[in-house]
Design a protein around this ligand. Sequence first.
Ligand code: KIV
Length: 265
Amino acid sequence: MKKVTTKTLIEMKRNGEKIAMLTAYDFIIAKLLDEAGIDVILVGDSLGNVFQGHKTTLPVTLEDMIYHTKAVCRGVKRAMVVVDMPFLTYQVSVEEAVKNCGRVLKETCAEAVKLEGGSEIVEVVKKLTSIGIPVMGHLGLTPQSIHKFGGYDVRGVDEKEAEKILNDAMALEQAGAFAIVLEKIPSELAKQITKSLSIPTIGIGAGPHCDGQVLVVYDMLGLFEEFKPKFVRRYAELSKLIKNAFENYIQDVKSGKFPDESESY
Ligand code: KIV
């Protein structure tokens, strides 16, 4: 069993081997993912939506991310662990970004950070990578900018925005990023970006041509039912199963069927 590293991912792209990434926020899911053979576990700030119940990812704090990453780390042996840096922990200044990203690597087992944005964060990416902190970029629909976008529409549809996303991807590679998440952009644009870069692209709602794919684990397990974007494929319907188990338990307790003698001392 060989640990997945930034080097592994770049080799996978070179060899045409697809990268499988999913999010995790806790020990049990991380352990199951690792045992199943996932390549990368992202401790996503999507935990703000699916774990904490917020409407956006903006309220998530650095402390939240460190807490969840520590839990994830206890379940992981092989997968690479990447941590999403929350809103305002890397945008204020290069110094603050170094301090906050450095804290994540010092206090958890995380091997890289993920930052949203393009040309605006290039100086931060340069500094972080120069001091040994690997950076995964994130372009397209960047949820921390949701109020600027005014909704969760597909990004990069018009020519000008598509060109900016492509230029940003190249700028991030130049600055030292080892991979880039492309979220909710047209498949053809993702294909063009993937072809233009020597680092891997990981798509979410960006079509089949990316070097890898990522989904939010609660979405693909059918646990998060508030809404289902078109790009989510459900591999299980866990919320139905769990609700059913809860209902059966409640019924058994109320009717006196649980516990029975075999479950008693
Ligand atoms: O926060 C997150 O889970 C993410 C993925 C959706 C890429 O950024």
